[in-house]
Structure formats: structure tokens, C-alpha cells
Design a protein around this ligand. Sequence first.
Ligand code: MN
Ligand code: MN
Length: 290
Amino acid sequence: MFSHNKRLQYTVRVSEPNPGLASLLLEQFGGPDGELAAAMRYFTQGLAEEDAGRKDLLLDIATEELSHLEVIGSIVAMLNKGAKGQLAEAALEEAELYKSLTAGGNSHTQSILYGGGPSLTNSSGVPWTAAYIDSRGDPTCDLRSNIAAESRAKIIYERLIAITDDPGIKDALGFLMTREIAHQKSFEKALYSIDENFPSGRLAGMKPFDSLYVNASTGPGDTEGPWNSGPEWERIEDVVEAGPVDGGDGTAEVKLPADQRKHVEAMAQRTASDASSDPLTGADLGAADA
Ligand code: MN
Ligand code: MN
């Protein structure tokens, strides 16, 4: 069950209203790397998790992410508080109000459409979607995805910290950013606490293709490093010369039942192109020198 405590996880002190900054901060409220996406990702994974340790971790972090959602949403609400009141009471002359709302980003949309409250959109006003959640129900896939999600969230906070000089906002964003670092560490530990964590799933890869590097893009800039050469790797330098890697002829075939084959052949015959023809076309008729 959920319970709610009215105190925030981290104290929010905003120096002055700034609707433009508010709309940029929505990236971490309803954006792909934002707190709602994080909470929903770990909450849904946690519900389905069988391992007691991972279930506990996922539900702890999911719940903390909701606390972050509350912190970032509160910062947005504080930044919009002045504009919200002015809009509600039509306090300024129309032109002044217009100017204050269109000061930056899509803050005018946020104000007019959402009344200045934190909207479940990203910073461009795109509505939050469950498509941001990419869980697959396999612990090693999902933990890797969670690690990547935490590192993305960390970077977005870092960029947001860079665009404000409000010390209170910098401080709160710094806390939120730091918690994503801690979450990434937990997810990394959880991943490597699974003895067989690579590759994902149950099936081993086919030999030797699981340690084959295909130098498929050739030319200036070809570079070798531990990721594509050394004792661990076999290499194909010329994909055309190497041919199909299975040693076959590289064609695609299917055994068709006789009646289906008859129809396919009839269609092929009916739509066959005549390579010896030179037909007059609309392009010819419409050409300038026709
Ligand atoms: Mn968070
Ligand atoms: Mn996190």
C-alpha cells in the first residue's frame, strides 16, 4: 500500500518565479528520463519480480522516484506560482500578461493549458507515455536498462543544473542527480549479483558468431581496440569476399505447398517486367522538350 507524507524528501527553496525554467524542468517530471518514467519502470518490474532482494530494491527505488517526482513537481509549481496567480486573476494588462507567459520555452502552453501546475509532459509539451518504459521481464535485460536509465537521468539533471543560477534549485537538482548515481550503483550491484548475467536469457550464442567482429564499414577511420580485436575476437575484414558467414549460398528459400507455388508463379508471370521494352510514360509526355 502507499502512504503519503506531506514533507518533501528534499527541501525546495526557489528564489523567484521563472515560467521558462519551469517548462525546461518538466523534462524530469514527465519526460523519457524523468521521475515518473523511473517510478513506473521500477514499480512494474518490482511487482513481477520473483527474487526477494531485487523485488525489495525495485520497490524501494520506485517509491523514492515518486518522492523525486514530488520534489521536481514542487519546483515547477513554485516557479509558476506567480504566473498562475496573474493568469487566474487576469492581474496584468493583456500585453504584459502575454509577455510574461511567453518569456521562454513553451511556458505559455504550460500556463494556458495546464494553469501553471506541473504537467505530465516533457519540456516540449509532449505528453508522458508508457512507451518510455522498456522493461522486458528478464532481470539482466531490465537491470541493464535501469542502469542506462539512471545514467541518462543523471546527465539530464547535470544539464538542468547548468542552466539555472538559482542556488536553491541548483541544490535540489544536485540532490536528485546524486540519487540517480546511487540508484545506478545499486542496479549495477544487483546485476552482477546474478551469477550468470551474460548474455541475457537462457540460450548461449552460436559459435563462433558470438565473438566475431565484422569490419563492415571500411575506409579512413578504421580503428582497432579491445572492443573489436585481440585474442577474444575473430574478424572479418572484407564482408563481400567472406560471403555468407554460414558457408551457404546466402539466398532465401521456402518450401511452398504445390497450390501456393502455382499462385506465386502465376503472379510472377503476370507482373514480369520486359527488359527489352522502352515504353512511353507520363514523364516522357510531360517533358519540356516532348
Ligand atoms: Mn529520481
Ligand atoms: Mn533513480
